[in-house]
Design a protein around this ligand. Sequence first.
Ligand code: ASP
Length: 371
Amino acid sequence: MLVVPLVFLALVLGVVEIDDPRALGRVGLKTLIWIVAVTAVAVGIGLLLVNVLQPGRGVPHEVGERLIAEAGQRGGEITSCRDAMSARDMLLEIVPINPVRAASEGNLLGRMFFALVFGVAAAVVRSPGTRTFVDTMQGVYDICLKLIEWVIRLAPFAVAALLFTLTARMGWDVLLQLARYVGVVLLALVLQCFVVLPLLVRYLGGMSPGTFFRGAKIAMVTAFSTSSSSATLPTTLEAAENRLGVPRRISRFVCTLGATANMNGTALYEGITVLFLAQFFGVDLNLAQQALVLLICVLGGVGAAGVPGGSLPVIAMILGMFGIPPEGIGLVLGIDRLLDMSRTTLNVAGDLAASVVVARGEDEQVPVASA
Ligand code: ASP
């Protein structure tokens, strides 16, 4: 309910507040460098662990075949989704023909593009009319934040109920059969979330990891329970601005963009799953091919939608590219929800860490520029 207005308002206001086009370019560039570099590290950790621990060789073949057969229909839907959306279509979607339709159909990239150019124009035209309009948008944004505050008060009860239902539905048997794969994914996520990110936050962002995780907790819990970076966005913004003290102009820009484009958990998961299925089907990928998997997964993190299971069509596409049967995705569908919850948590933690790091550089530059 709150995501559509918030993405638009947060991006437009973020761009208007950055004001200086050079600063906008700088913040944008830093965000881009963070996305590529940190995501590449995440995928690298994942690929290293799969190569060392070889989880794909641990699943008995008859069990694998059975899981794929059971997933039948859902697996088919995901692989056909892959055919429908080519890289060219994805690129063309960025500029929507109709921004209102883009918003109602969940085309987040298109919606963000529209908000970005709208914000740039609003920053450039300094008439009394635009100023009044921007003030009005600020008012609507504040109202949205109030609504979010109310939602957050309900969160603890909702999270408890959600986790209970999920555990009861999923059952333990599928989990046990794929235990090694699940273990590798969780280990890689934990390393990235609790070793790599804290180091970056400490040394590049100048914030102690304890302070960071205390501030980020509410957004991470929401991400874990909703499995959606987009649905968590309101809470992410709240955490960045009010709990981590990131300036609004930075948090709005970085976190809103990050909710669709900065997904280190998703990219890491894509890398592990592709290699895991390659091992299961006996497809050998040499070092150069694995480097290519890494590159594609970094892009895959940008391309996946911030919704539950958003990365599954991307994985199906990558599997096809390397000659691994895409229907193999069925093997992991049974336990996807648990892993989705976990990787989304890392995605959101990554957005917050990015906003802390990008903001620090900006703070240092403000006095220099005004001196
Ligand atoms: N659920 C993830 C997110 O929203 C996307 C995915 O990896 O499926 O961040």
